[in-house]
Structures are given as structure tokens and as C-alpha cells.
Design a binder for this molecule. Structure first.
Ligand code: PRP
Length: 192
């Protein structure tokens, strides 16, 4: 149809994402098999904390492939003036207490690094038994703050990526693959 934006170019196809998520889940399950499970109740579970909104699809697929006991919680943050300025604020906190828990933060992307840096500082202060990060994509060229990524899906170029949870102004989140948005894909031609 005339005026309809074209679909973003494929960067990482659906099958490759599925395969990598399975590998990450196997690695996480292996690493946590000895740490979780032995203790009873919440202390014996891996607590997955998904960062809304972008992580929801990745977290859903990853969680279903884990073979260790786990619980799921969510947190939401907002970046006023853009995350690149580092002005990150809490919008919605986790329900669970993190004290004494094995926590795995699940993110769709590390771009400047400010969001994950803020979350790790916030969570460390709550005395978890362990705190690790699982990130689907990272743009090394865009990093402004170094953040530890324990489990990484893909390193990607410094382009605007969408799909599998990632968005551009809330569009294209539900594409099954990760794609790159070019200025020609957006009405008006502006890619932030
Ligand atoms: C995106 C993404 C990360 C953050 C990464 O969230 O989900 O949380 O940006 O950027 P940074 O490394 O530069 O801090 P966004 O603010 O777009 O919200 P969304 O998840 O609701 O799309």
C-alpha cells in the first residue's frame, strides 16, 4: 500500500534467536544448578527480573527453557531526556524482596549502558545472594558506561533495531525477528 512503511531488514532471523535463547538457557541452568534448588522456598529459586517493556518476549522464551526452579518478576524504568544522559528513574518496582535471592536481570538491549548500570546499583543495595545479567543484544559502539553482562545473546551494530520485544516508538515489538530500521521505513524518514 502506498505510504505504508516497509518491514525492517532482517538482522537476526527467528531461527537464530531461538537457537541462541536455548543455548543461553542451558548455560544459565548449568551455572545455577548447584546454587539454586538445594535451599527450600524462594531462596532455592532463580529470580528472573525482566525490565519492561522490551524484555517481555525474551524473558518468556528464556524462562520456559530453564531447567532450574525459577520465579519471575518485573521492573520498569524511564529515561528522562534519553537514557544516554544517564537520567534513569524507577517507574515500577519489583514485588519480591531481593535479599538473599539469586537474581538474574533480563534485558533486551544494552545501548549506552545507563539503564543496566542504574538497575545493578539499585539491586546491589538490596543484598541479593547473587546478581547476574542476561542481555539479548548489546551495541559495543554505543557504550557510555561499562556494565557487566554475564550472559549475552548477540553483539550488534550501532543501528536502530526492532522486533522480538525491541521497538521504535512502540512499533515493531512483535516482529518475530530482530530487524534494522532504516530512515525509509519510517514515515517522515526520521530514525532517532
Ligand atoms: C530500552 C531497553 C533498555 C534500555 C537500554 O528501553 O529496553 O531498557 O533502553 O538503553 P541504555 O543502555 O541506553 O540505557 P526503553 O527506554 O526504550 O523502554 P522500553 O523497554 O519500554 O522500550
Amino acid at each position: 500500500m502506498r505510504g505504508e512503511p516497509s518491514r525492517p531488514r532482517v538482522l537476526i532471523p527467528e531461527e537464530r534467536i531461538e537457537q541462541r535463547v536455548a543455548e543461553l538457557a542451558a548455560e544459565i541452568s548449568r551455572d545455577h544448578a548447584g546454587r539454586t534448588g538445594a535451599a527450600a522456598g524462594a531462596a532455592g529459586e532463580l529470580l528472573l527480573v525482566g525490565v519492561l517493556r522490551g524484555s517481555f518476549i525474551f524473558l518468556a522464551d528464556l524462562a520456559r527453557r530453564l531447567t532450574v526452579p525459577c520465579a519471575v518478576d518485573f521492573i520498569a524504568v524511564a529515561s528522562y531526556g534519553g537514557a544516554a544522559r544517564g537520567d534513569v528513574r524507577l517507574v515500577l518496582d519489583v514485588r519480591a524482596s531481593l535479599a538473599g535471592r539469586h537474581v538474574l536481570v533480563v534485558e533486551d538491549i544494552v545501548d549506552s549502558g545507563h539503564t543496566l548500570d542504574y538497575l545493578l546499583r539499585t539491586f546491589r543495595a538490596r543484598n541479593p545472594a547473587s546478581l547476574r545479567t542476561c542481555v539479548l543484544t548489546r551495541k559495543p559502539a554505543a557504550a557510555e558506561v561499562e556494565v557487566p553482562v554475564d550472559y549475552l545473546g548477540f553483539e550488534i551494530p550501532d543501528a536502530w533495531v526492532v522486533g522480538y520485544g525491541l521497538d521504535l516508538a512502540n512499533r515493531w515489538r512483535t516482529l518475530p525477528y530482530i530487524g534494522v530500521v532504516e530512515p525509509g521505513d519510517v514515515p517522515g524518514g526520521a530514525v532517532p
